[in-house]
Design a protein around this ligand. Structure first.
Ligand SMILES: C[S@@+](CC[C@H](N)C(=O)[O-])C[C@H]1O[C@@H](n2cnc3c(N)ncnc32)[C@H](O)[C@@H]1O
Length: 265
């Protein structure tokens, strides 16, 4: 791999620390670095959206998990019948993912690689998973790389956080220990999602989690499940409103029909 820019070294260092097996031996630091896990209790609909898509498109696919982390989605795609490559800039993450795949005998290979500068040949993949990744990257490099390695008939599923809700963005700024500084400032805006249109002729999206975040304080209560279901129903109405939906926590979008020539200026 080429010498990495400073921000990528910081990303690798941060994610190595987060996934270091010894982190649990320092309960204070562990709690400090993982306190945002509570929000994911309400994220079942976006998770289902990703998993349903991968279940449907994995059989016989050559698949890429783009910034795979510990390989959760890589192994899922392999279980669903894909032949998987997973890449990440964090060495510890790649080692964890490779070891989990080998223990479970799944067809998945992992390597340390920069998502902005991949060594895969053009038109390699039928399916690419991008989950919680784009705000770590320079989109001017990431989108064209994704379009380059995707086969013309392939598709990419992205599930990413959004920046427009001032409450969520204030929380991010108030909890700098939970992410790199680059990440905080590069959470996706509407224009960052729409920028994908330069590289893909088709984009389909769905928005997740606005009112449903109010269920988080009740996550340990017996009321949690019924409350979350009511708030998810409310979200399904709220997130149909064009301006309101960009205040959601997450967006899922499918990119297909990659532009293989020069993108329009
Ligand atoms: C929030 S984690 C998401 C991991 C995984 N997609 C998942 O769903 O569990 C973001 C990942 O991006 C990786 N990353 C950041 N910058 C990268 C880069 N330039 N190339 C490859 N991976 C990168 C980090 O190491 C980290 O594992």
């Amino acid at each position: 791999m080429q010498t990495l820019e400073e921000r990528k070294l910081l990303e690798a260092e941060f994610h190595d620390k987060l996934r270091d097996p010894n982190l649990v031996n320092d309960p204070e630091l562990h709690a400090k670095l993982t306190s945002n896990k509570k929000w994911y209790h309400i994220a079942r609909q976006s998770k289902q959206f990703a998993e349903n898509y991968l279940r449907q498109h994995s059989p016989k696919a050559r698949a890429l998990d783009f910034a795979c982390g510990d390989g959760y989605y890589s192994l899922l795609m392999a279980e669903f019948g894909a032949d998987v490559d997973g890449i990440d800039i964090s060495d510890i993450s790649v080692r964890h993912a490779a070891s989990a795949a080998s223990t479970r005998g799944l067809p998945a290979r992992f390597q340390v690689m920069d998502c902005e500068n991949m060594t895969f040949a053009d038109n390699t993949f039928d399916l690419i998973n991008v989950n919680g990744v784009l705000h770590h990257l320079d989109l001017n490099r990431a989108y064209p790389e994704l379009a380059r390695v995707l086969k013309p008939t392939g598709s990419i599923i992205c599930v990413e956080a959004l920046k427009h809700n001032p409450v969520f963005q204030s929380y991010r700024r108030l909890t700098p220990q939970l992410r790199t500084a680059f990440e905080t400032e590069h959470i996706l805006r509407r224009k960052d999602v729409l920028m994908a249109r330069r590289y893909f002729s088709r984009i389909d999206w769905k928005f997740f989690h606005l009112a449903s975040l109010a269920a988080v304080p009740f996550r340990k209560s017996p009321l949690f499940e019924p409350l979350l279901s009511v708030l998810e129903t409310l979200d399904s109405t709220l997130l149909r409103v064009p301006m309101l939906r960009w205040w959601a926590w997450q967006v899922g979008f499918i990119l297909s029909q990659p532009e293989k020539g020069q993108p329009p200026a």
